[in-house]
Design a protein around this ligand. Structure first.
Ligand code: ZN
Length: 551
C-alpha cells in the first residue's frame, strides 16, 4: 500500500469536467482555494470513465510531483457514479480547501453490495423541514405540501445519496399532479442522474395508480378505469393489508387511490406495458420498482384459475391472506421487464417478491419464468428477519429460481413496532447487520426506508450505517463508530454515550420520569453551538418530548 501523500496546490488544470459536471462542481466547491482551469500546462486532475470497473467503483492514480514533473491525479470511475464517488473520497479525506492530498500511486474501491437503495413514498418523505404538510405513514394519501415540496425534499435525498454512495431511490408517488406532475419528475431525474443517483419510480401492475399515481393522465389507473370500467378487478376481500409486527391495525378508506385492474385482462397488461415504455422514454430514470400490488387480488374466474397453484393456496391461510399474489407477479413482470430493457438496457428493474417468504417456497414454478437480471426483492418484517438470520444460507440463495436477489427491510420505519414509530429510532445496528448478512449469504443488495430527514441524528447515523456497511461488509461496528460516528458527536466517549441513550430510549416504550430526567441531563451536557451540539439537541428533544408526555 502506498503511504506517501501527493500534495497539489495553487493552480490545477481540470480535464473531463464537461462529461462529469457534478464531480467537477464538487471539486471546485470543496477546494475553493485552488485556482481551477479548463486547459493549460502543469498540475492536472483528470476525470474519466473507466471501462471495466463495476458501477460505482473508482480508481485514483496519483503520480508525478517530483522535481521537473507536474503532478497528475486521474480519477477513473465505473458507470454512472464511479467518478463522483472517487471525487467524494478525496473530499472526505481533505484537511484544507487550498490543496489536494492524494495517496501516491493507485488506490481503488468498489461497492460490496451492488444494489443499495432507499425506498420512499412521496407524501411521507420529509427532508425539507421548513415546509408544511408532513405525513408519517400511509399508502393512499393525498399530497399535503406546497407543489414545490416534492423537489425540495428529493433534491436533499439525492444530495445525501450522492455523497454517501447510496445508489438509488425508489419513489412511490413519483408522478402526481399536485407536486408538479411530469415536469417536476423530469427535473428530479435530471438532477439525480447528474449526481450519480438512480431514480426508480415505484409502480404496481394494475394497482397503486398504474404508472401515473395521481392526476388526469392516460397512464393513471383511475383515469383509465373510468374509460374502461370492464377491466376493474373484482376484489375478493376488502381493500388493504395488515402487518403482524405492527402493534395496531391499519385502516384503508376507499377512494381513487385504492382502485385496481384485473391483471388477467390482456388490455390491462397492454396498458401497463405502454405505460412502462412511456416512463422509460419520458424520464431519465435509473430503473423501475415493479410490484403486483399488495392490497388485494382480483377474484374473477380467469385470475382464480391462473393463481390455482399449491404455493398460493398454502399462503392463503396465513395472516396476509390474498393481499397479493406471486403468480400475478411472475406472470406479468417478464413482459414489463422486456419492454423497459428494450428501451434502456442499463435500467435497474426491481421485482418485489413481497413479504416474509424468502425461506419458503412461493410459486417457484411461476418464478422460474422470471428473467435473470431483474432484481428480486424480498421484503422482511422484524420477526421474519430473526428467522432469516438463523436459517438463510448462501447455498439456498444460490439455488433460488430468481437471480439476483436483494433484501428489503420493512421495519426500522413506520411499518413495524409499537405505537411510537421506528422512523426516528437509532436503526444503525440493524442496517449494519442486514448489510453484512446480505454480503455473507450472496444477497446482492439491501433496500431500506429513507423517508425521514437526517436532521435527526439517530436517523443520520442509521443512514450512514446503511451506506457504509452496504459498501464495505468487512467494516466492524467498532470501526464504524470510531471513524464515522465519533467525529459527528464530539468524540469517542460522546458517541458511545449517544448510542447508549438512544438505544435505551428505543427499547422502552415507557420509562420512569426519573430515568428520562437523567437522560436529559446527559444530553444537555453536550449542548454546543457546533454541528455536534445540534445533533445532540435532536436527541435531547426526543427525551424532552417523552418527559412532557409523562413516560
Ligand atoms: Zn381478474
Amino acid at each position: 500500500m502506498p503511504t506517501d501523500l501527493l500534495i497539489v496546490r495553487g493552480s490545477i488544470v481540470l480535464q473531463g469536467a464537461a462529461q462529469h459536471p457534478h464531480a467537477a462542481r464538487r471539486l471546485r466547491e470543496a477546494f475553493s482555494g485552488i485556482e481551477w482551469h479548463e486547459s493549460g500546462e502543469g498540475a492536472t486532475v483528470v476525470l474519466a470513465d473507466e471501462p471495466g470497473l463495476p458501477e460505482g467503483a473508482f480508481r485514483i492514480r496519483a503520480e508525478g510531483g517530483e522535481t521537473g514533473t507536474a503532478p497528475r491525479v486521474a480519477i477513473g470511475g465505473g458507470p454512472f457514479s464511479g467518478v463522483i464517488y472517487g471525487v467524494e473520497e478525496l473530499i472526505a479525506h481533505a484537511t484544507a480547501t487550498d490543496r489536494l492530498e492524494v495517496l501516491a500511486g493507485t488506490s481503488e474501491d468498489a461497492p460490496g453490495l451492488a444494489y443499495r437503495t432507499f425506498w420512499t413514498w412521496d407524501h411521507s418523505t420529509n427532508w425539507e423541514l421548513s415546509q408544511v404538510g408532513h405525513q408519517e405513514i400511509g399508502v393512499f394519501n393525498p399530497y399535503g405540501k406546497p407543489p414545490s415540496g416534492f423537489l425540495r425534499d428529493y433534491r436533499r435525498v439525492v444530495d445525501f445519496c450522492s455523497r454517501n454512495r447510496i445508489a438509488a431511490v425508489v419513489i412511490y408517488g413519483f408522478l402526481r399532479d399536485p407536486h408538479g406532475g411530469i415536469e417536476a419528475a423530469q427535473e428530479l431525474c435530471r438532477y439525480a442522474s447528474e449526481r450519480g443517483v438512480r431514480i426508480l419510480p415505484g409502480i404496481a401492475i394494475g394497482s397503486y395508480g398504474g404508472c401515473y399515481w395521481e392526476g388526469e393522465h392516460r397512464f393513471n389507473l383511475a383515469t383509465w378505469l373510468r374509460a374502461n370500467p370492464q377491466h376493474a378487478a373484482t376484489l375478493e376481500k376488502g381493500v388493504g393489508f395488515q402487518i403482524a409486527d405492527l402493534a395496531f391495525p391499519l385502516w384503508f378508506p376507499r377512494s381513487d387511490y385504492t382502485l385496481s385492474a384485473c391483471p388477467s385482462a390482456p388490455e390491462t397488461m397492454a396498458w401497463m406495458e405502454e405505460g412502462v415504455a412511456w416512463l422509460a422514454e419520458t424520464f431519465d430514470i435509473g430503473g423501475i420498482n415493479v410490484e403486483a400490488g399488495d392490497y388485494g387480488v382480483c377474484g374473477c374466474d380467469r385470475c382464480v384459475a391462473r393463481r390455482a397453484n399449491e404455493a398460493e393456496a398454502a399462503r392463503r391461510v396465513d395472516a396476509y391472506g390474498d393481499s397479493w399474489s406471486h403468480t400475478d407477479m411472475a406472470d406479468n413482470f417478464p413482459r414489463l421487464y422486456r419492454t423497459a430493457k428494450a428501451i434502456r438496457d442499463d435500467l435497474w428493474l426491481y421485482s418485489e417478491i413481497q413479504w416474509d417468504n424468502l425461506l419458503d417456497p412461493v410459486a417457484h414454478d411461476a418464478q422460474r419464468r422470471l428473467p435473470h437480471g431483474g432484481i428480486y426483492q424480498h421484503t422482511t418484517n422484524r420477526t421474519y428477519w430473526d428467522r432469516i438470520r438463523r436459517e438463510l444460507t448462501s447455498e439456498y440463495v444460490a439455488s433460488l429460481p430468481t437471480q439476483p436477489n436483494v433484501l428489503r427491510c420493512q421495519f426500522a420505519c413506520q411499518w413495524n413496532g409499537d405505537e411510537r414509530t421506528e422512523r426516528y429510532a437509532l436503526n444503525a445496528r440493524v442496517f449494519a447487520d442486514m448489510a453484512r448478512l446480505c454480503a455473507a449469504r450472496g444477497m446482492q443488495g439491501l433496500t431500506v426506508w429513507g423517508e425521514p430527514s437526517p436532521y435527526h441524528a439517530t436517523v443520520e447515523l442509521s443512514y450512514l450505517a446503511f451506506a457504509r456497511f452496504s459498501w464495505d461488509a468487512s467494516l466492524t461496528w467498532e470501526r464504524f463508530v470510531a471513524e464515522d460516528v465519533a467525529p459527528l458527536l464530539g468524540g469517542a466517549e460522546a458517541a458511545a454515550e449517544f448510542i447508549r441513550i438512544a438505544e435505551e430510549l428505543d427499547a422502552n416504550q415507557v420509562l420512569p420520569l426519573e430515568r428520562l430526567g437523567a437522560m436529559r441531563d446527559l444530553t444537555m451536557a453536550h449542548r454546543a453551538g457546533d454541528e455536534a451540539g445540534r445533533r445532540w439537541l435532536t436527541l435531547e428533544d426526543q427525551v424532552a418530548r417523552r418527559m412532557y408526555m409523562g413516560a
